[in-house]
Design a protein around this ligand. Structure first.
Ligand code: PMP
Length: 463
C-alpha cells in the first residue's frame, strides 16, 4: 500500500475533531496546542494517520480488538448484504445471523449452551451480574448475592462494572459504588513479595486459596459468583500462575459459586485458543466477550451461559414475571453476528489460532531478549499474542519505573511507526507495563520489527 496517503479535506477534519470530539481515556489539554491523531485507514496490520504516516499496530486498534486485522472486505461484504436484507429487529425475536452465530459460538464452547446478545463488554458483564442477583432472589431468598472480583481485573465502565473493578485508579472519581461486590487478591507472581504470607513455592495454589479465605470470611451462603479475567489485561497483563485456575474451579464447586469468566480481551483467539479459559481446562458457568468477537467491524458482545443457568430462569412459567427481565436494544442489530460469523470463519480458515501460538512464542522470546539486554525490563509475561513487559527502576526491589519514562518509551515507538500500549493502572505511579497485542495475522517479520523498535526505544530512554 502507498505509505503516503493524504486527504485534501483532512485539516477540516482535524479542526472538527479538535473542536467537538471528546476522546476516550486521555487528557485533552495537549490537543489545544498539538494536533489530535486521526486514523484514516487500515489494512492488515497497519493503520495510516492524517499525515499519511503508516503505523504498525501492535495493540489491535489500541485496546486488543482488531483480531483479524484491518480491511477485511469479506466481513464488510457480509455485513452489507445482511444490512440491506434486515438491519435490525428487537431481540425478543430471532434473526438469521443471530441464530447462526450462536450455534457457531456454542460449537467452540463445550459445556455452554445459550448466547445473550448485547453491545459492549461492560453491558455483557452487567447482565451477568444481574443474572447472579436474580438467581440469588429466586433460589436463595436473596442471600447468595455477592459477587467476588479480583484486584487488578477490569470488567467495564458502568457503575456496576466499576463496583467490580480491581483497578483503583480507574475507580477513583466515580464512587459510591454498588454494594455486594467483594475484592479478592491478585495473582501476579512477580509481585508476590508485596503480598503478606505469599510462598515461594506453589504460589498459584496459595493465590487461589486467598479467594477461599474471602469466601469463608464473607460466608459461603452469601457469595453467588466469582468474576475473573482468564489473563488480567489492563491491570498489567497477568497470566495465571500454575495450578491457579484448577484450584479456582474446585473452590467454586465446593461452595456452589457460579464461575463467570470475562473473556472480553482473551476471547476469540487472542491467547491462541478460542477462549482463554480453555488453556486451563476450566468449565465456566457464564462467559462474557466483546472486543475480538467481530474484531471491531461491528459492535457486538455476548454473554454465554450453561443450560443450567438458563434453565433457572424458566422454572415458573405460571409466573409472568419469572424470566430474565432485561433487554439490550442494539442486541437486535444483525451487523454484529453477521460480522462475527465471518470473523470466526477467517480465524478458522487462515489457521490463526496456530499462528497466534507460534507468533506469541516468538514475541515472548524477543521480549525475553529485551529483558536480558535492558535492566529496566523486570518481567516479561504473556499468553498467545497478548504479552507485557513490566519496567522497573530497580530489579532487586522491583520498584516501579517512573511512569513518565514508560510513556516515553511508548512515544518513541510511536514516533518510529509502531503503536504499542502501556498499562497496569491499579496503583498510581505504576502505569509501567508495556503491552503488545498485535492482530492474530502477525508474521515473524512483524514480531521482530515490533521488538527491534522497542529495543531502540528502551536504549533511547534508558541508555
Ligand atoms: N472486560 C475487560 C477484561 C476489558 O478489558 C474491557 C474493556 N477494556 C471490558 C470488560 C469492557 O468492555 P467495553 O469497553 O466494551 O464495555
Amino acid at each position: 500500500m502507498d505509505g503516503n496517503r493524504h486527504d485534501n479535506d483532512i485539516s477540516a477534519v482535524v479542526e472538527a475533531d479538535r473542536a467537538h470530539v471528546w476522546h476516550h481515556l486521555i487528557q485533552h489539554k495537549p490537543f489545544e496546542t498539538g494536533a489530535p491523531r486521526i486514523i484514516v485507514e487500515g489494512r492488515g496490520m497497519s493503520v495510516w494517520d492524517q499525515n499519511g504516516k503508516e503505523h504498525l499496530d501492535a495493540v489491535s486498534g489500541g485496546v486488543w480488538t482488531v483480531n483479524v486485522g484491518y480491511g477485511r472486505e469479506r466481513i464488510a461484504d457480509a455485513v452489507r448484504e445482511q444490512l440491506v436484507k434486515l438491519n435490525y429487529f428487537a431481540g425478543a425475536a430471532g434473526t438469521i445471523p443471530g441464530a447462526r452465530f450462536a450455534e457457531a459460538l456454542i460449537d467452540k464452547m463445550p459445556g455452554l449452551s445459550r448466547v445473550y446478545y448485547c453491545n459492549s463488554g461492560s453491558e455483557a458483564n452487567e447482565k451477568a451480574f444481574k443474572m447472579v442477583r436474580q438467581i440469588a432472589q429466586k433460589r436463595y431468598g436473596g442471600k447468595k448475592h455477592k459477587i467476588l472480583f479480583r484486584d487488578r481485573d477490569y470488567h467495564g465502565t458502568t457503575i456496576g462494572c466499576l463496583s467490580a473493578g480491581g483497578q483503583d485508579e480507574r475507580n477513583a472519581h466515580y464512587g459510591p459504588f454498588a454494594p455486594g461486590f467483594v475484592r479478592v487478591p491478585h495473582c501476579l507472581e512477580y509481585r508476590r513479595h508485596e503480598q503478606e504470607g505469599a510462598p515461594e513455592e506453589n504460589y498459584g495454589l496459595w493465590a487461589a486459596d486467598q479467594i477461599e479465605a474471602v469466601i469463608l470470611r464473607e460466608g459461603p451462603d452469601t457469595v453467588g459468583a466469582l468474576c475473573l479475567e482468564p489473563v488480567t489485561a489492563g491491570g498489567g497483563v497477568i497470566p495465571p500462575p500454575s495450578g491457579y485456575w484448577e484450584r479456582v474451579q474446585e473452590i467454586c464447586r465446593k461452595y456452589d459459586i457460579l464461575l463467570h469468566i470475562d473473556e472480553v480481551v482473551c476471547g476469540v483467539g487472542r491467547t491462541g485458543s478460542w477462549f482463554g479459559y480453555q488453556n486451563y481446562g476450566v468449565q465456566p458457568d457464564m462467559v462474557t466477550m466483546a472486543k475480538g468477537v467481530a474484531s471491531g467491524y461491528a459492535a457486538i458482545a455476548c454473554l454465554v451461559t450453561t443450560e443450567e443457568v438458563f434453565s433457572m430462569f424458566k422454572e415458573a412459567p405460571e409466573d409472568p414475571l419469572d424470566y430474565f427481565r432485561d433487554i439490550s436494544t442494539f442486541g437486535g442489530c444483525t451487523a454484529g453476528p453477521a460480522a462475527a460469523l465471518e470473523n470466526m470463519a477467517i480465524i478458522e480458515e487462515e489457521g490463526l489460532l496456530a499462528n497466534t501460538r507460534a507468533m506469541g512464542d516468538r514475541l515472548m522470546e524477543r521480549l525475553g531478549e529485551l529483558k536480558e539486554k535492558h535492566a529496566v525490563v523486570g518481567d516479561v509475561r504473556g499468553s498467545g499474542l497478548f504479552c507485557g513487559a513490566e519496567l522497573v527502576a530497580d530489579r532487586e526491589t522491583k520498584a516501579p519505573v517512573d511512569e513518565k519514562l514508560a510513556q516515553k518509551v511508548v512515544g518513541e515507538c510511536n514516533a518510529a511507526g509502531v503503536i504499542i500500549g502501556v498499562t497496569n493502572r491499579s496503583v498510581p505511579g505504576r502505569n509501567n507495563t508495556l503491552c503488545f497485542s498485535p492482530a492474530l495475522i502477525a508474521t515473524a517479520d512483524d514480531i521482530d520489527h515490533i521488538a527491534a523498535t522497542v529495543d531502540a526505544a528502551l536504549t533511547k530512554v534508558f541508555g
